[in-house]
Design a protein around this ligand. Structure first.
Ligand code: FES
Length: 63
């Protein structure tokens, strides 16, 4: 299994080919007003704009 953080303990964020943005590590995700959005230590954000569960990826990028 890959490490969730780099040597400095900072989160790792990367984009996959279909638009998914994978976030691993300890981060604070909020909406535009700063209201916290509940998430786990590893989650995937939608980068394709097709998700019905924004800001998270729901697999709609596959279609
Ligand atoms: S990246 Fe948009 S639904 Fe998965």
């Amino acid at each position: 299994m890959e490490k969730e953080t780099n040597e400095k303990g900072t989160p790792r964020i990367y984009r996959k080919a279909k638009g998914q943005i994978v976030v691993e590590g300890d981060v604070n995700l909020t909406d535009m007003e700063g209201k916290p959005i509940k998430h786990g230590k590893r989650f995937t954000l939608c980068g394709c704009t097709k998700s019905k569960d924004m800001p998270f990826c729901d697999g709609s990028h596959k279609f």
